[in-house]
Design a protein around this ligand. Structure first.
Ligand code: GUN
Length: 296
């Protein structure tokens, strides 16, 4: 049996198109465009690529993109002041501070300075708390994108056995909460889990977010499982070229699972699409304009 490849790129393109339609509606109703501010401190090459790509997608979706670049040796207070001015700027609906930050900055303190109602990354403790108790807030983009792919593939997740491998604040923990809220039975596995292959083998749904290249093997999977691979690992490829692989051995998984996200082209493209979605939702909330619950 060969599993189906879950086309995250196509799903993300369709979500971006939907966001674009609602962004146009927002502009008509609010007499302004929704706006996302992205702050990049330093010159990390990967971060520069992400930030450029976020800016381009934001404009393509019909929203304003405000980009701020600060030198790597910028004092922390200058960043906090910048966030404070974005918090008070009515043209800015969403604020994203690109991580990682330079070593002299305290990430938790920086994130805590963002107005939780503009925290479209969903990293603020207020939003983590809102998710934990089921209040309306912002959910981190990557796990929300994974949930969308799963629901698109499986429909109702009620009663499904889900195993989330990884317990990070950004992916593993919120993913487990989203799956629980969707009525799945959820196990969070991590580096100290005993008999990880045995635990994963119980799962109808596997979400791998550990950052270990091709760790999840085909014989760890229950036949017919749906596998979501959040990993992005660069390994040595043929001819010394770097190659991107996930946390799942894709070739093996395709022989056992019913559907698998590829790397690249699976979860990755969903993250920016959900960021745009969160920004637009922030804009509707900020203006007090009703948005159909299932619209986005
Ligand atoms: N760095 C890598 N991914 C992300 C992300 O989703 N949000 C932020 N703020 N920084 C990142």
């Amino acid at each position: 049996m060969t599993a189906e490849k879950i086309d995250g790129k196509a799903f993300a393109a369709s979500l971006r198109e939907t966001v674009g339609r609602y962004a146009a509606e927002f502009e008509r109703k609010a007499n302004r465009k929704a706006g996302l501010a992205v702050v990049l401190v330093g010159e990390d090459p990967a971060s520069q690529v992400y930030v450029r790509s976020k800016g381009k997608s934001t404009v393509e979706a019909g929203m304003n993109s405000f980009e701020f670049r600060m030198d790597a040796d910028t004092p922390e207070q200058a960043l906090l002041d910048k966030i404070d001015s974005l918090n008070r700027d009515d043209a800015v609906d969403g604020i994203l501070v690109q991580l990682p930050l330079p070593k002299h900055m305290d990430e938790a303190k920086v994130i805590a300075t963002i107005n939780p109602d503009k925290d479209v990354d969903g990293f603020h403790v207020i939003n983590a708390g809102r998710l934990a108790v089921g209040q309306e807030g912002f959910v981190p983009c990557t796990p929300l994108g994974c949930l969308m792919l799963l629901e698109d593939r499986l429909g109702d997740l009620s009663g499904k056995e889900a195993v989330v491998i990884g317990r990070s604040n950004i992916v593993g923990k919120p993913m487990a909460q989203l799956l629980t809220d969707a009525n799945a039975t959820v196990t969070i596995a991590h580096s100290r889990t005993k008999d990880l292959p045995g635990v994963v083998r119980r799962a109808d749904i596997v979400v791998a977010a550990v950052g270990r290249p091709e760790m999840v093997k085909g014989d760890w999977l229950k036949p017919g499982a749906v596998v979501i691979d959040v990993g992005i690992n660069r390994i040595e490829g043929e001819g010394g070229k770097g190659k991107l692989v996930g946390d799942v051995d894709y070739q093996e998984a395709m022989q056992v699972a019913s559907a698998v996200t590829p790397v690249p082209g699976g979860v990755g493209p969903m993250t920016i699409a959900v960021l745009l979605r969160n920004t637009l939702v922030a804009a509707y909330r900020q203006e007090g304009i009703a948005l159909d619950k299932d619209a986005l």
